[in-house]
Design a protein around this ligand. Structure first.
Ligand code: B16
Ligand code: MG
Length: 209
């Protein structure tokens, strides 16, 4: 194993609540019921696919593609205001020290995130410098469970897929990693997913695998 590819939201940082508050605001404006249980279904899912899930409960007149894009853009503006408030304190010492130790051991590190805001988040929390490559929502055409985001991360690193291990919190991300021909480590929500090759409850357990 030569490289670790990390999902971002739910693995290195926890922006679920910001996604929730932003989607809640736009859902309320459209008169759509939305709660934290529905929000859980948005984990690892792209912005437009998230909107489609929220619109399952929409009872108004059909929205055009451009209406949907406006709603998604509005949500993103609200979400980015929360992201702008993030600081390095939003990453635990355990996470930061584990990344440093993995680098010291000679592994390459990459990000494999569905988010188009990944680079902004990494800058805000002071993590950018630990990564040799960033594959995110800006360089993919298909989101998880498609393997594209992870295959791109391996390509950016110059490594074979078989030499990479993915760390993920979403079931769809574990499926994406397996389709990419990579080993998958489940954490958080994905701790209970039996397709993961390893399951960890603490980020620092990566040092023991
Ligand atoms: P954005 P990940 C994902 O990030 C989030 O888990 C998911 O909830 C979000 O909808 C998606 O990014 C797109 O985010 O609106 O910022 O482009 O878990 O793949 O790092
Ligand atoms: Mg995630």
């Amino acid at each position: 194993m030569r490289a670790f590819i990390f999902d971002l939201d739910g693995v290195l940082v926890f922006t679920d609540k910001y996604h929730y508050l932003a989607w809640k605001q736009v859902a309320d404006e459209l008169g759509i019921y939305f709660d934290e249980i529905i929000n859980n279904r948005l984990r690892g899912v792209s912005r437009m696919e998230s909107l489609e899930i929220i619109l399952e409960r929409y009872e108004g007149s059909p929205l055009s593609r451009s209406d949907k894009e406006k709603v998604a853009e509005k949500k993103n503006e609200i979400y980015r205001k929360s992201l702008a408030e993030m600081t390095p304190n939003d990453v635990t010492e355990e996470t930061r020290n584990t990344l440093i130790e993995l680098k010291n051991r000679g592994y390459k590190l990459a990000i494999g995130s569905s988010s188009k805001n990944a680079k902004f988040i990494l800058e805000r929390v002071g993590l950018t410098q630990y990564f040799d490559a960033i594959s995110d929502g800006t360089n993919i055409t298909k989101s998880k469970p498609d393997p594209e985001v992870y295959l791109k991360a391996a390509e950016f690193l110059g490594e074979e897929a078989s030499e990479c291990v993915v760390v993920e919190d979403a079931y769809s991300g574990i499926d994406a990693a397996k389709s990419a021909g990579m080993e998958a480590i489940g954490i958080g929500d994905a701790y209970s997913y039996d397709r993961a090759d390893y399951r960890i409850s603490l980020f620092s357990e990566l040092l023991e695998i």
